[in-house]
Design a protein. Structure first.
Length: 268
């Protein structure tokens, strides 16, 4: 199965960001990708955390969801739409949600980011709980690919990457990790964590990221990558906007799981 991860440097104008991602989706579809994964906050990376409240949508309705839904149908592809803000019952909070659309433009899955990022080193301060409501349920879905295999796809978002128990629960063949890692934490931990999640789950990892200096002055780490079940980085993009593609080999993954049956040796 051929897949794509789109890297962005999203700005403060939602319409411009969405148009840019639609162009990247079209390009990935032209390259023959069946599954296209977008980064966290693809539609907006604002100056303030609260900026996302203004563009939040009701689940199932809104211009951002409509644009991605129509793109999936137009190109006949699966789209894992990074994250976009969906309204919650609390007016001052939103869910940071990954929505997945199938090639008919139908909603196939919704995952609300469960682990909310907090960081304070005296110079950089982040606390997603000020504007986000945490999700409560791990989420996966299945793709019947053109190669005849049924792939189980598990969804996670950014900071979730530091919590390996979530990935054990997903029991997936492919792990999605749309992200907007800070430059500081990304430089230190991003690749190590992605490769670890791939190795310990004997699963592919697709990690589309934000990667560059944004209008707000914030710098994200980028290095979008696709990793195989043996922890090998198949392809990556260091910084700037663009996309990466790779072929996922189901038979090769299964051979690795037979040769090293660690998943069947779990005691907990």
């Amino acid at each position: 199965m051929k897949v794509a991860a789109i890297q962005m440097v999203s700005g403060t104008n939602c319409s411009i960001n969405v148009q840019a991602v639609l162009e990247s989706i079209a390009h990935a579809a032209e390259l023959g990708c069946e599954l296209i994964a977008l980064p966290e906050y693809f539609c907006l990376l604002g100056v303030r955390d609260t900026d996302k409240l203004a563009i939040s949508e009701d689940f199932g309705h809104g211009p951002i969801q409509d644009a991605i839904r129509q793109a999936a149908r137009r190109h006949g592809v699966w789209i894992a739409a990074g994250t976009l803000p969906l309204k919650s019952m609390q007016h001052d909070l939103v869910f940071n949600a990954c929505l997945v659309f199938n090639p008919l433009g139908e909603l196939a899955a919704r995952y609300d980011k469960m682990h909310l990022f907090a960081f304070d080193n005296g110079f950089e301060r982040y606390d997603e709980s000020r504007v986000l409501e945490a999700g409560t349920h791990p989420t996966s879905f299945e793709i019947a690919s053109k190669d005849g295999y049924a792939w189980r796809i598990g969804i996670s978002v950014c900071y979730d990457l530091r919590f390996p128990e979530l990935y054990r629960e997903l029991k997936a063949d492919v792990l999605l990790v749309p992200s907007a890692f800070t430059y500081t934490t990304g430089q230190a931990h991003w690749e190590t964590l992605l490769r670890a999640r791939a190795i310990e789950n004997l699963a592919y990892v697709i990690a589309p990221a934000q990667g560059g200096i944004h209008e707000s002055g914030r710098q994200t780490w980028g290095h979008s990558m696709i990793v195989n079940e043996w922890g090998q980085v198949l392809v990556q993009r260091a910084s700037g906007e663009g996309l990466i593609c790779a072929e996922l080999d189901y038979a090769s993954m299964q051979r690795s799981r037979i040769q090293l049956p660690a998943l069947s040796h779990r005691l907990l």
